[in-house]
Design a protein around this ligand. Structure first.
Ligand SMILES: Nc1nc2c(c(=O)[nH]1)N[C@H]1C(S)=C(S)[C@@H](COP(=O)(O)OP(=O)(O)OC[C@H]3O[C@@H](n4cnc5c(=O)[nH]c(N)nc54)[C@H](O)[C@@H]3O)O[C@H]1N2
Ligand SMILES: Nc1nc2c(c(=O)[nH]1)N[C@H]1C(S)=C(S)[C@@H](COP(=O)(O)OP(=O)(O)OC[C@H]3O[C@@H](n4cnc5c(=O)[nH]c(N)nc54)[C@H](O)[C@@H]3O)O[C@H]1N2
Ligand code: SF4
Ligand SMILES: [Mo]
Length: 743
């Protein structure tokens, strides 16, 4: 008798869970993941992994990850076959679409849709088919201010100045905690290693945060700031440098207009005047400005903590302005623009520019910004305006009931829809309202390529990952394609959507006078396309006609899907490169340092400066390494250990309120009230409290067995959706006025 030796298979793939894009080595035996570790041969992540990275096998085996669709009948969700679910949607939609206009349809797209090639490629046709302006995404509880400031300054809402951490001497980090979050709008694995490397080459890191975050602890200097006042601080840093007569944009200056105008608009914001508002002494602000200005190469990197405030877009603009006047834009070691391997490079500067408010919401009157409406207005849109309301609603990869403002009201509003479809693997706080839930297979069952993050990556390292397991149901792109066809009233034949997308790309390639495939035959190109139907074939074409592409034979060393398949650990194509002026899409072809919309908005900041400094307690969020917004709390390996959804409160504040660690505290804002376990800690400043978001898994009708055992509370019950940054529509999630009391 022979005993069979179990054989381990090793699979290399990129982790799709956060923006860091770490390479993983997944070992499989007998159809199960036995081990996951960082891929040491990955040229970008070099073996780095965080606790979430090793949970892809757990996600696949989570009994609550839906394997079949659910239909809601008589208030209860029942499992059905995929065919039955799609047929049911077809019948219900056909009926509804006949009687409702585009104004009564809407969609919410959540964060994981950006971490998935299906979302990057297949949502666009679905949005077109839905035929509505009612588009809501998680951007407006996140980085919308950055999109808007980039639109106004660079003419492109998707073009972000990225911190070239690996070559810098000085980093000013505001409102970001990459040691917990692993970074955002600056894709790079291993922030701890990268930040320590800055210090190891005698560079300095200054962190501005009301909490002594993990990143603040690593920093050389931590400045505690009053929440919501970063725009004031940033304006005063610009003021200080200007008042010393030291503005020098360096070589990038040739491509920038409006610096004088921008700087002179900030006359009010002296370090002396902003000091009492920010809680940072004028002398400290002056020293910080001088240090930033004197550093050879410097970065100003701000994220969620500065964007999700009332002055988010101003803060985003002012941080880039600071980079410009210190000569650090488009400069190695400063802030630079990324380049995606699957995109074509522009060859001339300039474009159509960017404008705000191209249309208005038929339901709330809210102006459009970057093609969408603020998700803080979703509840109000669903309820409508008397004439019209949202009747047909789709969610893809989103859990707005936990993740967006005024949660309790949104939860109620969702009950009034006529028909709701969710593409989501879980029956959670949002999808419990859906009439039909269609689950995609787990990430290990699909191929992967980061369309979104390769464009904002601090190194260009294209990597493609094959699926590790066969899918247990239709892949997400097929689900989206079928929904698209249902919305169009066509027969469900998802291959046709694939062909449509591919043909459109090939048509564009042969018409592109500067491209490698100009005037070739599309039939000939199509016969050469490599990869499985779906995102892979499309990726192959995008890579091949992209700026480093194989060009369908024109450049045999160039990129293609085949080349990525032959290099499973990825291909390192080097650090960020200088890209001005060709990347710019402004009408002027220049960086607009002083956009009118932003100068106009400064009056609001001046008004704030004229008011008394805030005296009420302010609530801020915090991220935790073992969590991921609202959706990974159902994995026991991640939620085990001590309670993490706690109220952080400073010892002196706690003593005054007679609150000790472990006590229940009440937190009340203008719009809601919650009770939560207190955790007294020196890691938060006086007058500030912190609660992580994404918790509150104790709602009826969900199926999250593990999460329900440690539900935590939903901090967004406290978020007032009516307070938004006006230019971007982004909700204020940080700096919320609250009252704390012992229970
Ligand atoms: N108070 C406060 N609120 C915040 C924040 C904060 O800092 N403070 N942060 C905000 C930010 S930055 C963001 S991005 C948002 C996030 O908010 P959302 O974008 O709504 O994301 P999640 O709440 O994480 O919900 C993700 C959903 O996607 C599903 N999902 C997971 N993987 C897949 C997949 O492969 N395909 C599909 N179709 N679905 C999938 C999950 O089951 C879950 O339902 O939250 C915001 N909310
Ligand atoms: N572990 C984990 N990682 C994640 C996520 C997650 O939920 N968990 N979510 C992912 C997503 S969707 C995103 S967008 C990124 C976000 O990544 P980051 O932007 O790094 O987000 P946070 O860790 O929330 O850091 C925000 C910091 O801002 C501080 N802050 C709050 N208010 C203010 C203020 O007014 N001024 C200043 N200066 N600071 C303030 C908070 O104390 C906090 O330390 O993380 C991603 N990675
Ligand atoms: S840091 Fe992000 S990409 Fe890297 S392993 Fe963790 S979750 Fe995955
Ligand atoms: Mo986010």
């Amino acid at each position: 008798m022979t005993t069979q030796t179990p054989i381990d298979e090793t699979h290399i793939r990129v982790c799709p869970l956060c923006e860091a894009t770490c390479g993983l080595e997944v070992t499989v035996r007998d159809g199960r993941v036995r081990r996951t570790r960082g891929d040491r041969l990955d040229p970008f992540s070099k073996g780095f992994i965080c606790p979430k990275g090793s949970t892809l096998g757990h996600l696949r085996e989570d009994p609550d990850w839906l394997r079949s669709p659910l239909i809601k009948r008589n208030g209860k969700h029942e499992a059905v076959s995929f065919e039955e679910a799609f047929d049911y949607i077809e019948v219900r939609m056909a009926e509804l679409l006949k009687s409702i206009s585009g104004d009564e349809r809407g969609i919410y797209l959540g964060n994981p849709s950006v971490h998935n090639p299906s979302g990057s490629l297949y949502l666009r046709p679905m949005l077109m088919a839905l035929g509505t302006f009612n588009i809501f995404t998680a951007s407006t509880v996140d980085q919308a201010p950055r999109h808007i400031s980039s639109g106004l300054m660079y003419g492109d809402t998707g073009l972000f100045a990225l911190p070239d951490i690996d070559r810098t001497d000085f980093m000013l980090i505001l409102g970001a905690d990459p040691l917990e979050s692993n970074g955002s709008l600056a894709t790079a694995p291993d922030w701890p290693g990268r930040l320590k490397a800055v210090q190891a080459r005698a560079g300095r890191i200054v962190v501005v945060d009301p909490r002594t975050s993990k990143t603040a602890k690593l920093a050389d200097q931590h400045l505690s700031i009053v929440p919501g006042t970063d725009a004031l601080l940033l304006a005063s840093l610009v003021h200080r440098i200007a008042s010393q007569g030291q503005i020098d944009p360096g070589p990038a200056g040739a491509h920038i207009t409006g610096i004088e105008e921008a700087v002179s608009s900030l006359k009010e914001f002296t370090p002396e005047r902003v000091a009492s508002h920010t809680g940072i002494k004028a002398s400290v602000i002056r020293d910080l400005a001088d240090e930033l200005n004197n550093a050879d190469k410097a970065i100003v990197y701000g994220r969620v903590g500065i964007h999700t405030t009332e002055f988010g877009t101003l803060a985003s603009w002012l941080s880039d302005l600071l980079v410009i006047i210190t000569g650090n834009l488009d400069r190695p070691g400063g802030m630079m623009f990324g380049r995606s391997a699957s995109a074509k490079s522009k060859t001339v500067p300039g474009g159509r520019g960017f404008s705000l408010g191209r249309w208005e919401s038929p339901l709330t009157g809210e102006p459009e910004r970057n093609g969408e409406f603020p998700c803080a207005t979703l509840g109000q849109s669903i309820l409508g305006n008397g004439d019209k309301r949202l009747r047909l609603f789709v969610t893809v990869a989103g859990n707005p009931v936990l993740s967006t403002p005024d949660s309790s009201r949104l939860d109620e509003a969702l009950k009034t829809l006529d028909f709701m479809v969710s593409v989501d693997p879980y029956l959670n706080e949002t999808t419990r309202h859906a009439d039909v839930i269609i689950p995609p297979p787990s990430p290990l069952e699909r191929s992967h390529y980061d369309f979104a993050f390769s464009g904002i990556s601090l190194r260009r390292v294209p990597r493609w990952s094959p699926p590790v397991f066969d899918p247990t149901g239709p892949l997400e792109h097929t689900i989206l394609a079928r929904l698209t066809q249902i919305l169009r009233g066509e027969t469900q034949d998802p291959d046709r959507i694939d062909d449509e997308l591919l043909d459109a790309l090939l048509d564009k390639a042969v018409a592109d006078t500067n491209g490698p495939a100009f005037q070739r035959s599309t039939d000939e190109l199509r016969s050469q396309v490599h990869g499985a139907a779906g995102p892979d074939r499309i990726l192959d074409v995008m890579l091949r006609v992209g700026s480093d592409g194989e060009g369908f034979g024109a450049n045999t060393d160039g990129l293609s899907l085949k080349k990525l398949q032959d290099n499973p650990h990825g291909i390192d194509m080097g650090p960020l490169e200088q890209r001005l002026p060709n990347v710019l899409k402004t009408r002027s072809g220049l960086v607009e340092a002083a956009p009118t919309e932003l100068l106009d908005d400064l009056s609001r900041l001046e008004a704030r400066l004229a008011q008394a400094p805030v005296s009420t307690t302010r609530l801020v969020g915090r991220r935790q390494l073992r969590s991921n917004n609202s959706w990974m709390h159902n994995l026991a390996v991640l939620v085990k250990g001590k309670e993490r959804c706690t109220l952080h409160i400073n010892p002196e504040d706690a003593a005054e309120l007679d609150i000790s660690t472990g006590d229940m505290a009440s937190v009340a804002s203008k719009v809601g009230q919650i009770q939560i376990v207190a955790e007294v800690t020196e890691d938060i400043s006086r007058g500030v409290v912190s609660i992580p978001h994404g918790w509150g898994h104790d709602m009826e009708g969900t199926q999250l067995q593990v999460a329900a055992k440690t539900p935590g509370v939903n901090s967004n019950i406290l978020t007032d959706g009516s307070i938004r940054d006006p230019l971007s529509g982004n909700a204020r999630l940080n700096g919320i006025e609250v009252e704390i009391s012992a229970v």
